[in-house]
Ligand binder design. Structure first.
Ligand SMILES: Cc1cc2nc3c(=O)[nH]c(=O)nc-3n(C[C@H](O)[C@H](O)[C@H](O)COP(=O)(O)OP(=O)(O)OC[C@H]3O[C@@H](n4cnc5c(N)ncnc54)[C@H](O)[C@@H]3O)c2cc1C
Ligand SMILES: Cc1cc2nc3c(=O)[nH]c(=O)nc-3n(C[C@H](O)[C@H](O)[C@H](O)COP(=O)(O)O)c2cc1C
Length: 574
């Protein structure tokens, strides 16, 4: 008898949590199977006793791609209200409250399961929020505590223990084997979500902010190989899979005590559980790889370690004093201590290995698969007009100071900023949030900073196919000669008038919302003649300020309705 854990994930976080639930179930003597939702046969759901769902929301409040088939099946009218009568279910939604349709996938799934008669194990859906001070752990930890108690109280899993048994030996998800010892060749991995990623060659990488400006923003051009074509539309995003920076890999290698021989020995990653999903072999090689490649491309060494990192380090530690400290940091009472040690100063995972030398130096290689999470791809709005030969991104490098001695750097934006011509990067195209109207329909776009990227794509396309269309673009930046992206291009596009707000060129700071206020009459005229509004960029104060100007122009009621019907659309990020 075992429980079933199903996940729906776009960038891998829900999968990580599902795997960590499987591990914790194992530590409670409870067998668990983990599948991505679309890999599991919906018809079998009704014969399960307990199902734990972990699902993220993607796009604009959408279900992640690897659960859309199942979601469609679950919505079938033919399924009665007693379909899941004998099944206990719980749902953890993963989302980000800076998105308008916050955690829609988890909320909808919870409601539908209840409609289908499932016995819901919690009174409502638990919602994990990227914006929480400790990220998704803010909801994941209380949710799983409640779930384990419920399952224990059911009393149907005889061997289950109420508390975690520290003596249980966890079977790692994968193991590393020397290539001579690797088992028989397996058929090539054809997992669709992985195989959609393909290596794109960097054609150019140009800094578009002035050298004197602190912000390093890049316009990066990737070539699309003609033998492996891909196409995109304005509003689409490019998912990019970054690698760890060399300096972070070096900190980890020293902390873990790996010799050059260990790092460069040819190995293969093999699944321990035949039911589990293959790792993304395309990233590091299926038949042969090295530990060094895994440290560079697969394990996330740069992220702030989550509580599960400390739990697993404590579990594997043989050093009494480090074990105790790791336990403190992973305990519910140690939350503030953890925030102070890891989150507030934005310590990286590699630096944390360094702080626990006795534990780190004695970890077995296979333990890394349980301690570390996998590098997540990042989304970037495509900045070029549709083309079969290339795709461009406008990327602002994230870099800032914290209490730590070294400057903190965003993983993917730094990776992109350092790309050289000829480098290859794994990417895939997916739909973004925006659904633009036909090319001749009027549009008002608001895109300060890198938020202008999707509008360069849109107006670039309109210049070619609908040059007489009407567009008004509000762009905001610090200064006309500092970070006014594509300033030389806009004047050549007849289909758009660009209104720029420079926040530091005058004594009084001028932002896009101020410029919109100045152009209220034109905006009203355009809206009355059917224009749609698109807002892209930082999810800070800007979207609210823009919505408030629109409400002043057209009224609160109109604005609310326009947001609901898609006349006003947002693509914002933190
Ligand atoms: C649909 C979509 C489209 C996007 N389009 C673009 C685009 O066109 N261009 C673009 O540049 N980005 C875009 N982004 C953002 C992009 O995906 C990344 O989030 C961004 O590049 C940062 O990623 P990173 O890996 O460099 O940083 P990470 O390693 O993920 O670190 C980012 C984290 O660092 C923290 N942080 C950042 N600055 C500070 C600070 N000053 N103090 C303390 N903490 C800080 C924040 O918590 C933030 O979450 C888009 C995002 C989405 C979802
Ligand atoms: C392109 C993109 C779109 C997103 N859209 C939403 C959204 O509409 N609502 C929401 O609550 N969260 C949204 N998120 C946040 C994710 O749900 C959140 O980061 C989650 O932890 C990702 O889980 P995953 O890695 O399993 O896909 C979005 C994230 C990305 C990258």
């Amino acid at each position: 008898m075992s429980i079933l854990i199903l996940y729906g994930s776009e960038t891998g976080t829900a999968q990580d949590l599902a795997e960590s639930l499987r591990r914790e179930a194992q530590m409670r003597h409870l067998a668990a199977r983990v599948f991505e939702l679309d890999e599991y046969d919906v018809g079998n759901l009704l014969s399960e006793d307990v199902i734990l769902f972990v699902v993220s929301t993607t796009g604009q409040g959408e279900m992640p791609p690897n659960m859309r088939k199942t979601w469609k099946s679950l919505l079938r009218k033919s399924l009665g209200t007693d379909f899941l009568l004998n099944t206990h279910c719980a749902v953890l939604g993963l989302g980000d409250s800076s998105y308008q349709k916050y955690n829609f996938a988890g909320k909808k799934l919870f409601r539908r399961l209840a409609q289908l008669g499932a016995k819901m194990m919690t009174r409502s859906v638990f919602l994990a929020d990227d914006q929480h001070e400790i990220g998704i752990d803010g909801a994941f930890i209380p949710w799983k505590q409640e779930i384990w108690t419920r399952i224990w109280e059911m009393g149907i899993f005889e061997k289950m223990s109420e508390q975690i048994d520290p003596e249980v030996e966890i079977q790692t998800k994968y193991r590393l084997v020397a290539v001579e010892e690797a088992p028989e060749e397996e058929p090539e991995d054809v997992t669709p979500s992985d195989s959609e990623y393909r290596a794109l060659r960097v054609a150019s990488n140009v800094r578009v902010t002035s050298e004197a400006h602190f912000q390093d923003t890049r316009l990066v051009k990737f070539e699309i190989p003609s033998e492996n074509p891909m196409s995109y539309l304005p509003g689409d995003v490019l998912m990019v899979r970054p690698y760890n920076p060399q300096e972070t890999v070096q900190i980890a290698i020293e902390a873990l005590g790996y010799s050059p021989e260990m790092l460069n020995k040819t190995v293969k990653v093999v699944k321990n559980d035949p039911n589990s999903k293959n790792p993304p072999y395309f990233l590091f090689g299926k038949q042969k790889t090295t530990l060094l490649t895994l440290l560079q491309r697969y394990f996330d060494l740069q992220q702030i370690p989550k509580r599960s990192f400390f739990e697993m380090m404590a579990y594997y530690s043989k050093d009494p004093s480090e074990k105790e400290r790791l336990r403190e940091l992973s305990s519910p009472e140690g939350l503030d201590d953890l925030l102070d040690y890891a989150n507030r100063c934005r310590r990286t995972t590699a630096e944390t290995f360094r702080d626990f030398p006795a534990t780190s130096k004695h970890l077995e290689l296979d333990h890394l698969f349980e301690i570390l999470t996998v590098i997540r791809p990042r989304a970037f709005s495509i900045a070029s007009a549709p083309s079969r030969s290339h795709v461009e991104l406008l990327v602002a490098k994230v870099e800032y100071k914290s209490r730590m001695a070294d400057r903190r750097r965003g993983l993917c934006s730094t990776f992109i900023a350092r790309l050289k011509e000829g480098d290859e990067v794994f990417c895939k195209i997916r739909a973004g949030t925006f659904r633009f109207p036909p090319p001749d329909a009027p549009v008002i776009c608001i895109g300060p900073g890198t938020g202008v990227a999707p509008f360069r794509s849109l107006f670039g396309q309109r210049s070619e196919i609908s040059p007489n269309s009407t567009g008004l673009l509000f762009f905001g930046c610090r200064g006309e000669h500092v970070d006014f992206y594509f300033s030389d291009e806009w004047s050549k596009m007849e289909c758009v008038e660009v209104v720029a707000a420079f926040s530091r060129d005058t004594e009084k700071k001028v932002y896009v919302q101020h410029k919109m206020g100045e152009r209220a009459r034109d905006i009203k005229k355009m809206l009355d003649s059917g224009a749609s509004v698109f807002i892209a960029g930082s999810s800070g104060d800007m979207p609210k300020a823009v919505a408030s100007v629109l409400a002043q122009i057209q009224g609160e009621e109109w604005t609310k309705k326009a947001e609901e019907t898609g006349r006003i659309q947002y693509e914002t990020w933190s």
